[in-house]
Design a protein around this ligand. Structure first.
Ligand code: TYD
Length: 241
């Protein structure tokens, strides 16, 4: 609660209904402004449910009066289309990581404008996707040069990204995720058990060093996943000035 709100509370006896009513009013009013310009990302292996969770979260925040910009990576621009096209082409794993980064650099500029406008930005995948997925794709190649792929991509990312305020890692085992993906006609090159196992391990490794990352149990029903996200968001940003 801000200083003006506290001043309004002074004439009332502590704990009285009047004081509570006014406190509630200001909390409600203050919540949207405290979250303005907040940058949220959702991450996880394929089939973890982050796309559904991102959409639902956007809907809930909008219903609470926030202006929300919901976006995703690969982005919807021509750069994102180039990335998607590469999924079915024979390309070097280096080309792959640079394509994702090329898309991200411009996508970041786009999101920064929305954040500067005071919008809440939610991105379904961002920098950690490259660290986790391409971290695995490049592991062997870079290890031959004595380079740790996760550290290398983290460094590459850092030059083009805006650090998210909070990242939700929807953690799930590959067995469950692949079971969920069975309904799809065709799986991408990323959607293989061994690969996803390693991608998951990379995500969990990132979570150990990135304080912004919160792990959510994504085996739970979608409503519970969303409720956990909401609880953490409110806890983290409601009282922050
Ligand atoms: P995804 O959000 O799963 O899209 P879809 O719902 O169409 O499958 O992302 C597409 C794939 O791209 C996914 O398998 C993860 C992969 N990916 C990377 O490997 N690196 C990245 O940096 C990003 C953003 C995505």
């Amino acid at each position: 609660m801000d200083k003006i709100a506290l001043k309004c509370l002074l004439p009332f006896k502590k704990g009285t209904t009047e004081q509570n009513k006014i406190a509630n009013y200001f909390d409600h009013q203050a919540f949207p402004s405290l979250m303005a310009g907040l940058f949220i990302t959702l991450e996880g292996i394929d089939g973890c449910g982050k796309s559904t969770a991102s959409k639902e979260l956007a809907r809930i925040l909008e219903s609470k009066g926030h202006e929300v910009y919901l976006t995703l990576e690969p982005s919807e621009s021509w750069l994102g289309q180039a990335v998607r096209r590469s999924y079915t082409e024979e390309i070097s794993p280096y080309t792959e990581v640079f394509l994702f980064l090329a898309d991200r650099a411009t996508h970041t500029l786009d999101m920064e404008k929305k954040l500067a406008d005071g919008q809440v930005v939610i991105s379904d995948r961002y920098c950690d996707s490259s660290t986790a997925y391409q971290g695995e794709a490049l592991e062997e190649l870079l290890a031959k040069q004595g380079i740790d792929s996760v550290d290398w991509i983290t460094q590459m990312n850092s030059t083009v990204i805006r650090e998210p305020d909070i990242t939700f890692l929807l953690d799930i085992d590959p067995e469950t995720s692949l079971e969920r993906l069975k309904v799809r006609e065709e799986l991408s090159k990323f959607e293989k058990h061994n690969y996803l196992e390693k991608v998951r391990a990379n995500y969990l490794r990132i979570a150990k060093t990135e304080g912004r990352m919160r792990i959510i149990n994504a085996r739970q029903p979608a409503e519970k996943v969303l409720a956990d996200i909401q609880d953490i968001l409110e806890e983290s940003f409601k009282h922050q000035h």
